[in-house]
Design a protein around this ligand. Structure first.
Ligand code: CO
Length: 193
């Protein structure tokens, strides 16, 4: 049996199901993609962009990394944003975090985790900047609030990228949204300011 054969079986079933609903589904998609949205979310397996907002292949461009960080030095993320804005002309970019984010928690737990500490340092800085507010909260509430502050701060970072500023200069409207997902209810909350 092929390695991970069950995944190929799933794939075959899924592809047949999609064609059953729309015989042209894949042939149309193969010609072009024209998603209206870009999703920047956490790599966490419990937060799959397409599924939680009910979108099909072709409907959303996706970039995911640990703790949905938007770093001005991340060529991977910046390239995705540039392609989405300048070529695909997406109208909306959603930065989506989630409560219970391990990356966010690790940024303030005071222990060393290896390479990832470099990546999440940015979130530790957000916690420091909001120290007073976070100190006034306890346990789970404090952790939840840092997840929210992280989304808001990463959205702000996104607005400062050369790509977004460039879009503004040529009059292209790109709406930025800050969302957070609750793992235990499956529901999204809009934090957009
Ligand atoms: Co996460």
């Amino acid at each position: 049996m092929k390695a991970l054969g069950h995944l190929f079986e799933n794939n075959q079933k899924w592809a047949e199901e999609m064609v059953g609903k729309d015989p042209q589904f894949f042939s149309n998609l193969a010609e072009q993609q024209s998603p209206k949205y870009l999703w920047i979310g956490c790599s966490d397996s419990r937060v799959p962009a397409n599924q939680i907002i009910g979108l099909n292949p072709g409907e959303i461009f996706v970039h995911r990394n640990v703790a949905n960080v938007v770093s001005q030095t991340d060529l991977n993320m910046l390239s995705v944003v540039q392609y989405a804005v300048e070529v695909l002309k997406v109208e909306h970019i959603i930065v989506c975090g989630h409560y219970g984010c391990g990356g966010v928690a690790a940024s303030v737990d005071g222990t060393r985790h290896g390479l990832i500490d470099n990546w999440i340092q940015n979130i530790g800085d957000i916690a420091e900047a909001h120290e007073d507010e976070l100190k006034s909260l306890e346990g789970a509430e404090r952790a939840d609030r840092l997840c929210e502050l992280n989304v808001l701060s990463q959205t702000k970072n996104l607005s400062k990228t050369t790509v977004l500023k460039g879009a503004g200069d040529v009059g292209q409207t790109v709406n930025l949204h800050s969302w957070i997902y609750r793992l235990d209810t499956g529901r999204l909350i809009d934090l957009t300011v």
